[in-house]
Design a protein around this ligand. Structure first.
Ligand code: BGP
Length: 477
């Protein structure tokens, strides 16, 4: 058997994409809650927080808030060993700057974790998955303001204390490095509550913000370890490996430089200090990031135990290309070109299973820390047939091919891999489009973009397939 017997098979979601219960509970609005749904080719927009009379798919999501028992029973039936989700920051601190946490929100997650543990499913918890309280973004300027560090750390400590005997695996910020794509407003907004475009120098603003987020992450890791030394606290990186388009030396050098965007946050979170290429770049560009001696100490003391990462696709760069990418959501850069050797999904995301093996290798070579694939999957327009079935062979093919490559990384390359949680294990609202239409689940949920549907859950073909994969610990694909 290639994978260890305690390998963490499961699925992943995020509170703002599936819980619902946004308006009729004591939850406050998050930065994600004030974003409109886009559509194929139409980007999401960030509103001024006035949401009355408009329909936002994520306000209802798939109403996990009221269906969690039913959904967790299905996860258990599939054999999940773990389930990754986030604690909505705004359920615990609706505005973000309150003195006391909100008991109703805390109780909801107690109930969810108890239900998971009843079936022996380990919760894997992201503290912030694009869910900063809107109030902190609006009134404090999100992570541009050092005060937000304190608000986040307080939230983290409340969660660690409350759930210290129920949750062992944590992550601080989801896809913390997304904001590197500061030209597309939705990434700065969801990661840090900031419109980088409003600043004279958006890139410098992004790095300032990044620094505060990194300090917040390190302080949370330190606090968590003090509360329970057995906690395993990781980071979460969006890994879209960059290939050189050709063996032209300039393409190779460009790909290495562009990979710095993938490594920047991870280097600090794993090594505890800023890498040389970043310090040099700050100096070269004259960026004043205000990294204090105290900050350096915190970063050194708050390194992560493991690396969680998402992997959906790779990206290819050509040093002679140049295009506008201010609305790109497919990890592409101004030098991106099509890779002639891979196919793409309906959303233009390159389907590249070997890229996952490559990603696992470059992470492990660089840090030698345990890795956890906390997102991977295939977004598609699924069709539910009249008899209730849903045939998704494309999803099975995608996941099968990725699991095969993941196993090679473990068996042949010696990578230390903790687990695998495919994204959107039950249908949910897409992050980049804000729609229901782009589905990832093993479980179909009857709900459309306009809010119609019974919310009834049903199994797709991939449901039984994944159940078999878990039962055989990845042997029967
Ligand atoms: C990641 C996010 C998730 C998620 C996933 C799929 O970037 O961490 O929140 O949704 O991508 O993206 P999408 O839903 O846009 O297809």
């Amino acid at each position: 058997m290639v994978l260890s017997k305690d390998f963490l098979w499961g699925g992943a979601l995020a509170a703002h994409q599936f819980e619902g219960g946004v308006l009729e509970t004591s939850k406050g609005l998050s930065v994600a809650d004030v974003m409109t749904a886009g559509a194929h080719g139409v980007p999401r927009e960030i509103t001024d927080g006035v949401i009355e009379g408009k329909y936002y798919p994520n306000h209802v999501g798939i109403d996990f808030y009221h269906h969690y028992k039913e959904d967790i029973a299905m996860f258990a039936d599939m054999g999940f060993k773990c389930f990754r989700t986030s604690i909505a920051w705004t359920r615990i601190f609706p505005l973000g700057d309150e003195e006391e946490p909100n008991e109703e929100g805390l109780q909801f997650y107690d109930d969810v974790f108890d239900e998971l543990l009843k079936y022996g499913i380990e919760p894997v918890i992201t503290l912030s998955h694009f869910e900063m309280p809107y109030h902190l973004a609006k009134e404090y300027g999100g992570f541009m303001n050092r005060k937000t560090i304190d608000f986040f750390v307080k939230f983290a400590k409340v969660c660690f204390e409350r759930y210290k005997d129920k949750v062992k695996y944590w992550m601080t910020f989801n896809e913390i490095n997304n904001q590197m794509n500061y030209k597309n407003d939705i990434f700065g907004w969801t990661n840090s509550g900031v419109h980088f475009g409003d600043y004279d120098n958006p890139e410098e603003a992004m790095y300032k913000c990044a620094h505060h987020t990194l300090v917040a992450s390190a302080l949370a890791v330190k606090a968590g370890k003090e509360i329970n030394p057995d906690f395993q606290i990781g980071n979460m990186i969006a890994m879209v490996p960059i290939y050189p388009y050709s063996c032209r030396p300039a393409d190779m050098v460009l790909s290495v430089q562009m990979m710095h965007d993938r490594w920047f946050f991870c280097d600090v979170q794993c090594r505890g200090h800023y890498p040389a290429y970043a310090l040099k770049m700050f100096e070269r560009k004259g960026f004043d990031i205000n990294i204090t001696e105290e900050d350096k100490k915190i970063l050194a003391e708050g390194t992560v135990d493991y690396i969680g990462f998402s992997y959906y696709m790779t990206n290819t760069v050509d040093s002679t290309a140049h295009k506008d990418v201010s609305k790109a959501t497919d990890g592409s850069s101004e030098y991106s070109v099509e890779n002639p050797y891979v196919k793409v999904s309906d959303w233009g995301w390159a389907i590249d299973p070997e890229g996952l093996r490559y990603a696992l290798n470059i992470f492990y070579e660089r840090y030698e820390k345990p890795l956890f694939i906390v997102e991977n999957g295939f977004g598609a327009i699924d069709v539910k047939e009249a008899d209730g079935s849903c045939h998704d062979p494309y999803r099975i093919a995608y996941l099968r091919a990725h699991i095969e490559e993941m196993k090679k990384a473990v068996e042949e390359d010696g990578v230390d891999l903790m687990g695998y949680t495919p994204w959107g294990c039950i249908d949910c609202v897409s992050f980049t489009t804000g729609e229901m239409k782009k589905r990832y689940g093993f479980i179909y949920v009857d709900r459309d973009n306009e809010g119609h549907g019974t919310l009834e859950r049903s199994k797709k073909d991939s449901y039984d397939w994944y159940k078999k994969v878990i039962a055989s610990n990845g042997e029967d694909l």
